[in-house]
Ligand binder design. Structure first.
Ligand code: ADP
Ligand code: MG
Length: 581
């Protein structure tokens, strides 16, 4: 009893017991969970954490703006099912990262935004600390979960909770608040070692109930015009073989949402992309796999979906996704892999027997539309338009199906999505659920760092501007990224005029004939100007082969492009568009 009581005293007197601190424990906790890369931006109070991460064998990728570090982390999470980490300083750095956190949550990408914060006692009394902000509460509405760790011995459990929250169930963005004081807290090394948690089974299989499978099979069997829609949740799930087997064994035509392109190759016989309007309007039974019935699918109702009554089967890991826009007759709650495998196990090969007419009708539409598109793509206007430029990119990328494509813009996004075919899963990252601009360089860097594969970012000139400074980051880390800027001198197009006759250019117009390629050259990368499809093809081929940071300034007819691309109907005033032309 006496000797036990003396133990702690003697330890503290001797001061010899090895110690650790908050800095080390954060790194140890991440590494214990196979997280080996941090995307971030240094500053008070996290600079030493970044240095230490590097010293401890982690990769630290430093950005010029936190939003892009956050987007890189989200892309890493989407591609690996392991949460990407974005590390920022307090208040302004945190807020810059918050856009990416919110975007990740919206897209169901797992990422963790870790921000340093200032002293809680001062924040809570609003006494005006350096970069004072109640970050935890600011993050909550935009995150799947938000936690603060106050004690060094809780770092292991805090990081474990953040990881599990990010990847289990519907993935999303998690905020982790690390007060400056926490990082410098010193504790006994052995206690620290024991506090580290390796998360067991962070992405558990979620098996659908047998009854829900029966319901779905019943609907599929009675369908005359069935359709499968694959969303980015299906791509994320990495259940590629099961999905392929379901599509091919059932013979059901499918539509990939933009980021699900390549889950099966876009030139697959059952791919109905070229007859999209037709199949949406005519299908009588729709099986949604990891795709939400949000605005990107016209909310499952209205003109897009035609007059034929629909029966809905929906596979989603989130129970509350069901009935979000229309009543779902056969909800399948579970992970995509488990649900698809259960469906496969339950139906026999005659599922497909009634669908011949449906398949023929779709094939007819497809050939008609593909012929029309081929004609449009065959034109060679000078300067290039979106179509002729994208044709040349399409032809190069067809020879490199391993390339990851990042795509944003208005017209550049709309046209590239339908013209550029994908052949492998998870090779396309784009504006996503929000239709957001600004993901370009962040996603590109996240994808290149995570996979080591070449990335081609197809960017509107406006979209590129949001993250353009990150070309320095691309050059600094010598990443195999080619940025193609579709330069039409403005937002939507470059020809708008200021109707007041004043000296300022119109709100949508940029500097004419900007030399974007020089931005990459400024930091040691390669720069090209491409005025013809041949020049574009040559530059792109060379840049992908070299693996060097490259920017290709693709000169596009400044009169090409429509207001808001295909989202014209979302502009609040159609009258306003008469002002523009
Ligand atoms: P898209 O925009 O491509 O249509 P969405 O982002 O709208 O795709 O939908 C993705 C859906 O996938 C979300 O509702 C999400 O809950 C779901 N999801 C994500 N991961 C999984 C998974 N592993 N298993 C099942 N559903 C998933
Ligand atoms: Mg433009």
């Amino acid at each position: 009893m006496d000797s036990e009581a003396l133990t702690p005293l003697s330890t503290s007197v001797v001061h010899q017991a090895p110690t650790t601190n908050g800095f080390h424990l954060v790194i140890d906790a991440l590494k214990a969970n196979n997280i080996n890369t941090i995307f971030g931006l240094v500053g008070i109070p996290i600079t030493d954490l970044c240095r230490l991460a590097q010293a401890e064998g982690m990769r630290f990728i430093g950005f010029r703006h936190e939003q892009h570090a956050g987007n890189a982390a989200a892309a890493a999470g989407y591609l690996t099912q392991n949460p990407g980490i974005c590390l920022t300083v307090s208040a302004p750095g945190f807020l810059n990262g918050l856009t990416a956190l919110a975007n990740a949550t919206t897209n169901c990408f797992p990422m963790i935004l870790i921000s340093g914060s200032s002293e809680r006692e001062i924040i809570d009394l609003q006494q005006g600390d350096y970069e004072e902000m109640d970050q935890l509460n600011a993050a909550k509405p935009y995150a799947k979960a938000a936690y603060r760790i106050n004690k060094a011995e809780d770092i292991g459990i805090g990081v474990a909770r953040a990881i599990r929250a990010a990847v289990s169930g519907r993935p999303g963005g998690v905020y982790l608040d690390l007060p400056a004081q926490l990082l410098s807290q010193v504790i006994d090394a052995e206690l620290g070692r024991k506090s580290i948690v390796k998360v067991v089974d962070p992405v558990p299989a979620q098996i659908p109930s047998p009854l829900s499978i029966e319901r779905a099979i019943h609907l599929l069997k009675s369908a005359k015009r069935p359709l499968i829609i694959l969303g980015k949740g299906a791509a994320y799930a990495q259940a590629d073989a099961a999905i392929k087997a379901l599509v091919e064994k059932s013979g059901i035509p499918y539509l990939p949402m933009s980021m699900a392109k390549g889950l099966l190759p876009d030139n697959h016989a059952q791919c109905a992309s070229a007859a999209r309007s037709f199949v949406l309007a005519e299908a009588d039974t729709v099986l949604l796999i990891g795709a939400r019935l949000n605005w990107l699918l016209a909310h499952g109702k209205g003109k897009t979906w035609g007059n034929a009554p629909k029966k809905w089967i929906q596979i989603d890991i989130s129970p509350t996704e069901m009935d979000s826009n229309v009543a779902i007759q056969a909800p399948l709650i579970g992970d995509v892999g488990s649900c698809v495998s259960a469906l496969l196990g339950a139906f026999d090969s005659d599922l497909n027997k009634d669908n011949v007419e449906w398949t023929i009708a779709i094939d007819e539409r497809k050939s008609k539309n593909l012929a029309k598109m081929a004609q449009t793509l065959a034109h060679n206007p000078s300067p290039m338009n979106f179509h002729s430029a994208l044709r040349s990119i399409r032809d190069v990328l067809k020879t490199r199906p391993d390339v990851i494509v990042v795509n944003e813009g208005a017209n550049t996004l709309d046209f590239a999505r339908s013209i550029i075919d994908m052949y492998q899963p998870r090779k396309r990252l784009d504006s996503g659920t929000w239709g957001i601009m600004g993901i370009g360089m962040g996603y590109s860097i996240g994808a290149a760092v995570t996979t080591g594969l070449p990335v081609v970012a197809i960017e509107g000139d406006s979209a590129f501007g949001f993250s353009g400074m990150e070309v320095e980051t691309i050059c600094r880390y010598k990443l195999p990224i080619t940025v193609v800027v579709f330069n039409n001198n403005g937002v939507y197009r470059g020809t708008d005029v200021n109707v007041s006759g004043g000296a300022d250019v119109a709100p949508t117009v940029f500097v004419k004939d900007a030399k974007y390629e020089m931005m990459m050259q400024a930091f040691g990368g390669m720069g090209f100007t491409a005025s013809t499809p041949e020049e574009l093809s040559e530059a792109l081929t060379q840049s992908i082969a070299s693996g060097k940071p490259t920017l290709i300034n693709a000169i596009i007819d400044e009169t090409a492009g429509t207001e808001s691309g295909r989202l014209t109907s979302l502009n609040p005033s159609t009258a306003a568009s008469s002002v523009h032309q």
